[in-house]
Design a protein around this ligand. Structure first.
Ligand code: PBG
Ligand code: ZN
Length: 327
């Protein structure tokens, strides 16, 4: 009966002991809540493919942010749908654009909330691509100039953290220089460093109205099979001045999260994207899975893999769950 020396179950019988030895625990500080802003007033449009997620006008957004703070969530990330789109995404870097107005409104009325802004052009261009086009090609260096203007404009409006999601080469250096030249040397950059060309972004493109008019994003987002390339992307962004890095999507790319955290050790964010959310919601609404349990499991897995922060549409649900269950 030698096996009795190693009885792993000894630590599993008593729920209190299980709580004591748990290695990975989700906390509210891990959460970043994505929000979608649209022009207008008193608007709260449900996003069909993302139950529980809404496009909101600025007044509704401000109320939402107050609730987010009261639940104990430290941060939101904003995505804007402008009233008009054009070839060069002008509203993205308009000081009176939808995001700039949103930041100012939140900063005026809500205390103790970190406002992160997503910097890309795809929500603002008529063609839905992440940069300036020449024919069907996205021009890298021309796009950088506009991304810098967008980032600086967000910072001027009061953004706390700038998160470029475009995947153009050289954007972190360009944005860092632009921010510093304008006196925003204290504003951190959270770069979407390893962002894959993923099928899981489908529902987001409904929410942000940013589906490309032709083609796809494979000329700038990463190929799903690549690991070493993700590490090169992260390394480059860090050299260029990123303060924090992101892996996206999260659940299907846990191996990437683990490597990025182990190799670079920077604060690492992971984005549980719209498709990951939609699948759990859909199965939960059909009672095919226990939604709350799988929600927590999906997020604990992302944290266990090495993420310090998780962008998730479940943030409010998780905060409510933690407020209800934690001692
Ligand atoms: C913008 C952007 C996208 C997401 C975050 N920022 C969409 C895309 O690349 O098409 C996706 C987030 C999600 O699916 O929840 N570039
Ligand atoms: Zn984009």
């Amino acid at each position: 009966m030698n096996f009795s020396i190693k009885r792993h179950r000894r630590l599993r019988y008593n729920p209190l002991v299980r709580d004591m030895v748990r290695e990975t625990v989700l906390t509210k500080n891990d959460l970043i809540y994505p929000l979608f802003v649209v022009p207008g007033e008193k608007i709260k449009n449900p996003v069909k493919s993302m139950p529980g997620v809404f496009q909101m006008s600025i007044d509704t957004l401000v109320e939402e942010c107050k609730e987010v703070v009261s639940l104990g969530i430290p941060a939101v990330i904003l995505f804007g749908i402008p009233s008009a789109k054009d070839e060069v995404g002008s509203d993205a870097y308009n000081d009176n654009g939808i995001i700039q107005q949103s930041i100012r409104a939140i900063k005026k009325e809500v205390k103790n909330l970190v406002v992160i802004t997503d910097v890309c052009l795809c929500e603002y261009t008529s063609h839905g691509h992440c940069g300036v086009l020449s024919g069907e090609e996205i021009l890298n260096d021309e796009t950088l100039k506009l991304l810098v203007k967008e980032a600086v404009s967000h910072a001027k409006a009061g953004a706390d953290i700038i998160a470029p999601s475009d995947m153009m080469d050289g954007r972190v250096t360009a944005i860092r220089e632009g921010l510093d030249e304008n006196g925003f040397y204290k504003i951190p950059i959270l770069s979407y460093a390893a962002k894959y060309a993923s099928g899981y972004y489908g529902p987001f493109r409904d929410a942000a109205e940013s589906t490309p008019a032709f083609g796809d994003r494979r000329s700038h987002q990463m190929d799903i099979g690549n690991v070493n390339e993700a590490l090169r992307e992260v390394e480059t962004d860090i050299e260029e001045g990123a303060d924090m890095v992101m892996v996206k999507p999260a659940g299907p790319y846990l191996d990437i999260i683990t490597k990025v955290k182990e190799i670079f050790g920077l604060p690492t964010a992971a984005y549980q994207v719209s498709g990951e959310y939609a699948m759990i919601k859909a199965a939960g609404m059909n009672n095919w899975i226990d939604e709350e349990r799988v929600m927590i499991e999906s997020l604990v897995s992302i944290k266990r893999a090495g993420a310090d922060m998780i962008l998730t549409y479940f943030a409010k649900d998780v905060a409510k769950y933690l407020n209800r269950t934690s001692k």
